[in-house]
Design a protein around this ligand. Structure first.
Ligand SMILES: [Zn+2]
Length: 372
């Protein structure tokens, strides 16, 4: 494991690459955000995009906003409704582990003034698919990610909505290639690369256990259908400088509520508030990549100058990475499997290149924070 010399990201994290001088592509992306990108120009591009979509819209809604009930959802709605005075339709894919707080924040969005579709998936299909995907990829909620990216496109096509506005651009914030950082579009290629889908789309999972009809909510609409509907599916984070802390302030002023206690594996009390399973997803990164959500959050804080790298490293050293027991128990209840089975599956995804066993048989990371 090698760490970026400016932030705390290890090169084991998917998407992260260090250049010859030891700087990661997420830090280079941030440098582009502060010193290279002409944000006034990007804003103008976005306004032209809205204009062209308005000219050819054929229904009551100007744009579609995929929302989870998190702070970014509130921020996206604020930009499209309050700043650009548009009439958005919001769409949520219901997670099997929606939190009470997530529900309250969704209710708040509707109160701000927007029509909302809450799309739920057949529990039996979801359970079968989640288990299958966990066993094969070690990703906790892979099917959920697939539905999250495909269902909004389906609704945009059905309701003839020309524009879909996603939140942050993953490749600009957490590491991605230079050409991907210049790409505003969310499409099938993006999902395979950055959508936590292990390089697959819903249709790749059709077999004797899961039929094409059962997997419909997870399958990406075909290019032809989207081409015909002329839908523009873009990241707001490409056009406006993204900062989770500033978005949080905007969201809070509009009634968004954060959690009282911080998540075990991250830094912010306002992130990942909408689903109880997300924290398990972050935990598995520990076994696969030797990092957790805390590394992502701290790296963002360092890049934004709100924390020094030394403080960040100190914070990581003090933090003991413990499995989120309550959430794992809920997850196993949902899947109807014993926890021992969950742990057996998880262990098959431990990365033996970075994890070694000591004399007493305990796992440890020999390169953890080495040289930092
Ligand atoms: Zn970095």
């Amino acid at each position: 494991m090698k760490y970026c010399k400016l932030c705390v990201q290890p090169d084991t994290r998917p998407g992260i690459e260090l250049d010859a001088s030891g700087v990661c592509n997420a830090c280079i992306g941030h440098e582009e955000k502060t010193a290279v990108i002409n944000w006034a120009e990007r804003k103008e591009q976005f306004e032209n995009l809205i204009k062209s979509c308005q000219e050819r819209k054929d229904g009551p809604y100007d744009c579609l906003i995929p929302v989870s009930g998190g702070k970014d959802s509130t921020y996206q709605l604020h930009v499209m409704k309050n700043i650009y005075k548009l009439n958005p339709l919001c769409v949520t894919i219901r997670t099997p582990a929606r939190t009470e707080l997530g529900q309250r924040n969704l209710d708040n969005l509707i109160r701000i003034g927007v029509d909302h579709i809450d799309f739920s998936i057949n529990t039996e299909v979801e359970r079968k698919f989640i288990y299958k995907a966990l066993e094969k990829t070690g990703i906790v909620s892979l099917p959920f990610h697939m539905a999250l990216f495909s269902i909004p496109l389906r609704f945009a096509a059905k309701f003839k909505i020309p524009l879909i506005v996603w939140g942050e651009s993953t490749q600009m914030e957490y590491g991605g290639s230079a050409s991907d950082r210049k790409n505003p579009y969310m499409d099938a290629e993006w999902v395979k690369k950055y959508g936590c889908s292990d390089g697959m789309l819903g249709e790749d999972w059709i077999d004797q256990d899961l039929s094409e009809n059962e997997l419909y909510p997870y399958c990406f609409p075909d290019g032809e259908e989207l081409e015909k509907a002329k839908i523009q599916s873009v990241f707001l984070g490409y056009y406006f400088k993204w900062d989770p802390v500033k978005n949080m302030e905007t969201a809070r002023n509009l009634g968004f509520q954060h959690r009282e206690e911080g998540p075990a594996l991250g830094l912010y009390d306002f992130s990942d508030v909408d689903c109880d399973f997300i924290v398990i997803h972050h935990y598995i990164k520990w076994l696969k990549f030797g990092m957790t959500r805390l590394f992502d959050n701290i790296s963002v804080e360092i890049r934004n100058g709100r924390m020094t790298r030394e403080e960040g490293i100190q914070r990581i050293r003090q933090n003991e990475v413990a499995p989120p027991k309550k959430q794992i128990s809920m997850y196993c209840d949902f899947l109807k499997i014993p926890e021992t089975q969950f742990w057996e599956i998880l262990e098959t995804f431990r990365n033996h290149v970075i994890w070694k066993k000591d004399d007493k048989g305990n796992w440890y990371l020999p390169d953890f924070l080495k040289g930092m």
